[in-house]
Write a protein that binds this ligand. Structure first.
Ligand SMILES: Cc1ncc(COP(=O)(O)O)c(C=O)c1O
Length: 381
């Protein structure tokens, strides 16, 4: 494949060091981590080491790391597991959460919970005054993501957590898109629970974690042999967990250097985007360095993505995680973006191996493609 990949918020390639760490556990060291013999002991040691590596990246003790099959499961485990321990009241989630928070939250409504969507401003930041208003109602759970998957906008989770705690609620953050891109410190964020995923940080798909405050008790989503302190039964996916651990260790080492490089590349990218007449979403807010979300008014995002794909550049339109849908992005609508502009949304997300030359080549193709599509729409009108 010659394609240049600019869709790292959807997923990332597995890092060479991660793959090397995983391979022994896909070959000779295939033991079940619960077995008492040498094979099992080796697998258990590998899982424990990965637990330490994940814990180190977010500043917690290894016992606070509950391995899951990914971010989706960790988010569901928290929302459903917390709700089962509390008397139904209000669950407050931001209006821009990933569907794997928004949908489980919505499902709680059937169990007597009230779902309150927290408003965001025009730049995609959760409106803290709306949080204060929401929390005047009795609230059991608050969940606000640390970085948005579409805009890359970083939320002031610590400030929201402060309010949530004062109101007696449990505070969760989905840190899937922030991990490996900015420092993520569990205690500093002041949350009770946090979700992570391996495949967004050059780890394998199918591994993630829920990080839990030791004082929080959840009802397990998956019952069985009592793995992961009884919170997530099922034979551990040892190779994927090992890969996740290594991805965390590598991310810790290179995060500063990569973020600095990508910040410069995105600035170069957005300068040209502005000249070409694009609208850039969330541009005035603090964002993770790799993400640029934009639209060319009058041009469908889907069409642009398909045309760019033909020119061998991989970018995403709208909400990439559910890209089967053609509805305008709920995140952009929550930001007050007009539906006709939101339909033009294209997400460009850089990764550690992208180069300034690739960005330049992409910009040239983008400019030519936009000009061609504009001519076509002009004829159609
Ligand atoms: C913000 C956010 N949360 C959760 C997820 C889901 O994680 P996973 O793919 O590991 O289930 C994603 C994936 O796109 C995401 O962007």
């Amino acid at each position: 494949m010659k394609h240049v990949y600019f869709d790292h918020n959807a997923t990332t390639p597995v890092d060479e060091q991660v793959l090397a760490a995983m391979l022994p556990y896909l070959r000779g060291q295939y033991g079940n981590a619960s077995s008492r013999h040498e094979y099992g002991t080796q697998a258990r040691k590998a899982v424990n080491r990965a637990r330490e590596q994940v814990a180190a990246l977010v500043g917690v003790q290894p016992v606070q790391v509950i391995f899951t099959s990914g971010g989706t499961e960790a988010n569901n485990a928290f929302v459903k597991g917390a709700a089962a321990m509390l008397k139904p009241s209000q669950i407050a989630v931001s209006a821009i959460e990933h569907p794997c928070i928004a949908k489980p939250a919505q499902e709680l409504a059937r169990g007597g919970w009230t779902v309150r969507k927290l408003a965001v401003d025009a730049d995609g930041r959760v409106d803290t005054s709306d949080v204060a208003v929401a929390l005047t109602q009795r609230t059991g759970i608050v969940s606000v993501m640390l970085a948005n998957n579409e805009t890359g906008v970083i939320q002031d989770v610590a400030a929201i957590a402060e309010k949530a705690r004062s109101a007696g609620a449990w505070m969760h953050t989905d840190a899937v898109q922030a991990l490996g891109k900015i420092a993520v410190d569990f205690s500093g964020l002041n949350v009770h629970a946090m979700t992570l995923s391996a495949h967004k940080i050059y780890g394998p798909k199918g591994a993630g974690a829920l990080i839990l405050d030791k004082r929080i008790e959840l009802k397990p989503l998956i019952n069985g042999g009592g793995h992961e302190n009884g919170l997530r039964s099922g034979t551990e996916n040892v190779p994927a967990i090992v890969g996740f651990g290594m991805a965390c260790e590598v991310a810790a080492k290179r995060m500063g250097e990569v973020a600095a490089r990508l910040t410069a590349m995105r600035a170069q990218f957005e300068r040209r985007l502005n000249d070409l007449g694009a609208v850039i979403f969330g541009a005035a807010a603090q964002r993770i360095a790799n993400t640029s979300y934009f639209a060319f008014p009058g041009i469908e995002g889907e069409t642009l993505v398909i045309e760019l794909d033909k020119a061998e550049f991989a970018v995403a339109s709208g909400a990439a995680c559910s890209s089967a849908s053609t509805e305008p992005s709920a995140t952009l609508l929550a930001m007050g973006v007009a539906p006709e502009i939101a339909r033009g949304a294209v997400r460009f997300s850089l990764g550690k191996d992208n180069t300034a030359q690739e960005v330049d080549e992409f910009l040239n193709v983008l400019e030519a493609t936009v000009a061609r599509l504009r001519r076509m729409t002009a004829i159609a009108v």
